[in-house]
Ligand binder design. Structure first.
Ligand SMILES: [Zn+2]
Length: 333
């Protein structure tokens, strides 16, 4: 009996040791992962701050130093352009004819597309091609996959229904906008996934090697639209895979000042044709930006330069944002 009890005790003891080792491994694993995440987040924050500190600051360019003329902008233009704000408060105004084109037919080889039916605006694809080509040249990675682009009203309803079926409507609404209120209607928004060369589909989290892409997308006019820290303003949870084209230099300023699109639309309202915002991009190309309120009539008188290239985008709320291209200059700012 005595001899039998002893091995039993030993068995119990070794079982205890086994579980203790398991527990320690788990604790070290969780702790290690937590530490890794903490270190990565801290490194990302440091790199973010360094990036912002190295970027040109926007400044004021008061008064006219280029010859101006006035153009008449139709009210319909309020709902068009790269800076339109589409969110739960501001519906997208669908035009009679969409101008989105196939990503599959217009992409380069630096990335993949999950479906040949995915479409985006030509400008979005052109800049996407440049951004992902530069990313591939730097990292050798060509596993980014476009998983979603333009969505019609019906398509957005289908996306919401599919999510609601899996997760319930409350959870689905945290991730997918109501039809008519999705940024994917604009043709300026694109979602990324990862598809490895060995055939594995992964979620795009913007971490690791991909952090560089999320951090430098502004150079190509893209913003990572939904960040956790801005979710109380945007109404959408963290989506590191959702990129929105807003154009240079706007993406640049949003990045430099850490503004989401809602905040940027507010920020730009402070500038007028006689109190313009001036900014230089990384290549010392200078721009000026100002806001003109939409008048209630059919059209709005907007001051623009006579001899410089410019773009006018509606903000989909209450006015127009003019972007003037001053050109490459060392004395511009
Ligand atoms: Zn998206």
């Amino acid at each position: 009996m005595k001899r039998n009890r002893r091995p039993m005790k030993q068995k119990k003891k070794s079982l205890c040791v086994f579980w203790l080792i398991c527990f320690l491994c788990l604790a070290v694993g969780i702790g290690g992962y937590g530490l890794y995440r903490h270190v990565e987040t801290a490194r990302n924050q440091r790199e973010d701050e360094a990036l912002r500190a190295g970027m040109n600051q926007p400044g004021i360019a008061k008064g006219w130093n280029w010859k101006a003329k006035t153009v008449s902008v139709p009210r319909q233009q309020l709902f068009k352009g790269e800076l339109i704000l589409v969110n739960a408060q501001h519906a997208y105004h669908f035009p009679a004819q969409e101008t989105v084109v196939s990503v599959y037919e217009n992409k380069n080889t630096a990335y993949k597309v999950s479906n040949t039916s995915i479409r985006l605006l030509p400008k979005t694809i052109e800049r996407l091609n440049q951004m992902l080509q530069a990313f591939e040249a730097k990292t050798g990675i060509h596993e980014v996959m476009v998983t979603s682009g333009y969505r019609s009203q019906e398509k957005q309803q289908a996306v919401l229904d599919e999510k609601a079926e899996k997760q319930g409507i409350t959870e689905a609404r945290r991730w997918a906008a109501s039809p008519g209120y999705s940024e994917h209607h604009t043709g300026f928004a694109v979602d990324f996934g990862i598809y490895t060369d060995s055939g594995r589909s992964l979620a795009y989290t913007g971490a690791g090697d991909y952090a560089f892409l999320n951090r430098t997308a502004y150079r190509y006019g893209f913003i990572v639209r939904y960040a956790q820290e801005k979710s109380d303003i945007t109404g959408i949870d963290d989506e590191p895979w959702h990129f929105r084209y807003v154009g240079v230099p706007h993406a640049y300023i949003m990045r430099q000042k850490n503004l989401c699109l809602e905040e940027y639309i507010d920020y730009v309202r402070a500038f007028s044709p006689t109190n313009r915002l001036r900014i230089q991009d990384d290549e010392n190309f200078a721009y000026e930006i100002y806001f003109v309120s939409a008048q209630n009539e059919e059209s709005t008188a907007v001051q623009v330069p006579v001899a410089l290239p410019y773009r006018i985008s509606g903000n989909n709320v209450d006015g127009f944002i003019v972007t003037v291209e001053l050109g490459k200059s060392k004395t511009a700012s």
